[in-house]
Design a protein around this ligand. Structure first.
Ligand code: ADP
Ligand code: ZN
Length: 723
């Protein structure tokens, strides 16, 4: 009897590696095949990782169980399997958990959903009426029509359709329920400016090389970066490759999708958290069989089963939102670059405010640089002025300074729009008792409760805890002594309504509006149905509002401070993006920033438009401190339900820190937010030289260590959050 084959199957679970199974006779499997295999009492879907190992001799090792079934889907390609392994080893997570992100749509592995329809057989019915003739005229296209659609197109009742079936002229047939993907139209853009054309040429050349490269497309807001990288997309499509465009989830707007649709004649396949499950299935299949050509997605789109991916564009590459913070932590931009290197295709990183990481990679000669220095057409970059809040007093309970109010009045008088930016949801970030000084705090987290006046609730922004606003102080029982402190956008809206009672005002934040409602407001702003827009970072990025000429930043100093080594860089990026909303067409734009730190280098750089000198200084500081991108960081977050036990475990861990040249460990120290969702948190920070094997170091440190009970160790390679 010929020996049965053994295959190693990677399962979507937190296991150290693939499991072995026997292949039943007659079943032909190869690496990348999706299979159903038994695991304990249940079956699970996995992917064949390797084949061909002979089984162990009888009686040695555990008895292997057989593969139950192979799915009829296109194989997961070699490059994706290598990518999964790479993501797992870089981020120190089990490969099965990375595979799980590829298997989010198990239904797509089954048979495609079918629908019932009717097709013309070519036979003439014995009795012909004008109605019947109209139906057959339409059905003569040979396609399978749904009864209702055919009846509607011909303007007849369903009885007419049924009559034609009885007469043998129409026959019932099944057809796939999924709408097929249309092929994009590929034609070059003819109206590019000279600078745009040069950048587009560089990107097309990178595609033509059919090998790995990274190009940083670095152009001011409104310079036409999207137009330019669409030329590279067209080139990749012409070479019969698929293209992935990654955007931060928040920037995946209807406006952006429409632009790609206009450019390529058909909408891109979308991939993000708001998709319906049938659409998910359709996209997953279309990506796997290669019929979906342009995929526009949030970070998780990296794990779709591409048939022949040939280009990744990461738009807004500087965005911290590309970092997945929960579950498998990974940075989608960095993973995209690794993917390009494994798959030998080009990657384009696009931004008006590139990350220091990417700029330093340009300095080092690892990335190419394509720049766009001017806005398209007549549009000019906005002027930015600082309002020194140390010398400009605010009225009590008010947050807009007189100079800013005057600017808003001016804009309104001109019939132009103003955007007031405050990156704080809710009414007030803190509620305090005037009598005893008690501050209302979340019971599960070490965080203040934020008052949300529209919802009449106090909400914790870390765990979602919500409670009604109390009438008496929970600490001293005094009545009517609780007062809101500081501004949120709801409070700013109150001030705006008071100051500008006739202005049409829109308030935008993620907790107030979502989905279709939000899209409608964005359209209405673009159509100038609002005069003043009050918003959080939801409005800061990517949007194009032609009538918006004034941007006012209410509190620019919010994001500075704290343990984040990128705080200044991120503030600079955010404020440049916000200011960049102004004056995107022929009307000139102005931005005013209220700040208590007008001498801070980043404020000076914003006001003078001197990005280069800010970056030089930032680079110098990071280099001296050994911070990224000159050094490497990783964080270990130790958490548990019991404070003492968690602290003890963290201390015990510190006894096992390995000796290594080029790396050192800080901590354990209580995390800045030391309690979240009832879990106490301690942090270690590993800081190392650039060529230090930080993954190997952490693996060695944690080998043989078990987190028991409620204790947990979360590893964050290249952390972006330091809370
Ligand atoms: P960015 O992505 O750099 O912010 P966009 O690509 O969104 O810039 O371009 C800004 C605006 O200018 C958009 O409305 C875009 O359609 C328009 N635009 C840019 N370049 C051109 C061009 N060559 N021809 C026509 N319109 C252009
Ligand atoms: Zn909480």
């Amino acid at each position: 009897m010929p020996a049965q084959q053994v295959v190693d199957v990677l399962l979507p679970l937190a296991l150290p590696g693939p499991y072995s199974y026997l292949v039943p006779k007659g079943l032909d499997v190869a690496p990348g095949d999706y299979v159903r295999v038994p695991l304990g009492p249940r079956d699970t879907i996995g992917v064949v990782w390797s084949v061909g190992r002979p089984p162990r001799p009888e009686g040695e090792g555990p008895k292997l169980r057989p593969v139950r079934e192979k799915y009829d889907a296109p194989r997961l390609k070699e490059v994706q399997r290598r990518f999964i392994e790479w993501v797992a080893s870089y981020n120190l997570v089990p490969p099965g958990l990375v595979l799980r992100m590829c298997l989010r749509v198990p239904a797509a592995l089954g048979d495609p959903r079918m629908r019932m329809g009717y097709r013309y057989t070519g036979a003439e019915p014995e009795r012909m009426t004008p109605q019947r003739a109209r139906v057959l005229d339409i059905a003569a296209d040979g396609l399978v029509w749904r009864a209702s659609e055919l009846a509607e197109a011909a303007g007849v009742t369903s009885a007419v359709i049924k009559g034609l079936v009885d007469a043998g002229a129409l026959v019932q047939e099944h057809f796939p329920a999924d709408r097929p993907f249309q092929q994009p139209r590929i034609q070059p853009h003819i109206g590019l400016s000279r600078e745009q054309a040069a950048a587009a040429q560089a990107l097309r050349a990178a595609v033509a090389e059919r090998t790995f490269s990274v190009t940083l497309l670095d152009g001011v807001t409104g310079s036409g970066k999207t137009e330019v990288y669409c030329e590279a997309i067209a080139a990749a499509l012409a070479a019969d490759r698929q293209v992935l465009v990654l955007l931060p989830e928040i920037a995946l707007t209807a406006g952006f999708i429409r632009r790609l649709e206009e450019r390529f004649g058909t909408p891109p396949a979308e991939w993000h958290s708001a998709l319906k499950s049938t659409e998910r299935e359709r996209v997953w299949r279309g990506v796997a069989d290669g019929s979906a050509k342009i995929i526009l997605g949030a970070r998780s789109a990296l794990f779709l089963p591409f048939d022949r991916l040939g280009l990744i564009v990461v738009d807004e590459e500087h965005e911290a939102a590309f970092k997945q913070e929960e579950g498998v932590t990974y940075h989608a931009r960095d993973m995209a670059v690794a993917y390009g290197s494994l798959g030998r295709f080009p990657v384009i990183l696009s931004s008006a405010t590139p990350s220091l990481e990417s700029l330093v990679n340009v300095d080092r000669g690892r990335y190419r640089h394509a720049t766009l220095s001017a806005r398209h057409g007549a549009a000019r970059l906005p002027t930015i002025d600082l309002i020194d809040m140390r010398t400009t007093p605010l009225e009590r309970g008010r947050w807009m300074s007189e100079p800013l109010v005057a600017e808003v009045v001016k804009a309104l008088n001109e019939g132009e729009q103003a955007l007031l930016f405050l990156n704080r949801r809710g009414y007030a970030p803190l509620t305090l008792c005037r009598a005893c000084g008690h501050r209302l705090q979340c019971p599960n987290c070490e965080a203040w409760l934020v008052e949300h006046r529209f919802r009449r609730q106090l909400i914790c922004h870390h765990c979602g805890f919500a409670a009604p606003v109390p009438h008496v102080c929970p600490s001293c029982n005094a009545e009517n002594t609780l007062v809101p402190c500081g501004p949120g956008i709801e409070r700013l809206a109150e001030e705006v309504a008071d100051r500008f009672p006739d202005a049409r005002t829109a308030i935008l934040s993620s907790d107030l509006l979502r989905g279709a409602g939000l899209r409608q407001v964005f359209r209405d702003i673009a159509d100038r149905r609002y005069d003043i827009v009050i918003g959080t970072q939801l409005v800061a990025k990517g949007h194009h509002f032609p009538g918006l000429t004034l941007v006012g930043v209410i509190d620019a100093d919010l994001v500075l401070g704290g343990a984040d080594p990128r705080a200044a860089e991120r503030t600079y990026q955010l404020l440049s993006q916000v200011a960049g909303r102004a004056g995107r067409e022929s009307l000139p734009g102005r931005a005013f920033i209220q700040t208590y730190m007008p001498d801070h280098p980043l404020m000076c750089a914003l006001a003078s438009g001197d990005r280069a000198s800010f970056l030089e200084q930032e680079k110098k500081q990071r280099e001296q401190a050994g911070m990224p991108p000159y050094g490497r960081l990783a964080a270990l977050i130790i958490s548990g339900r019991d404070q003492l036990e968690t602290e003890r475990f963290a201390r015990e861990l510190s006894l096992h820190i390995p000796e290594a040249k080029g790396g050192r460990v800080f901590g354990p120290s209580p995390a800045p937010i030391a309690l979240v969702r009832g879990r106490y948190r301690y942090r270690f920070l590993v800081q190392a030289e650039r060529d230090f094997n930080i993954q190997g170091f952490i693996a060695a440190w944690l080998s043989g260590i078990q987190a028991r009970g409620s204790l947990r160790i979360d590893i964050d390679i290249d952390p972006y959050s330091f809370l």
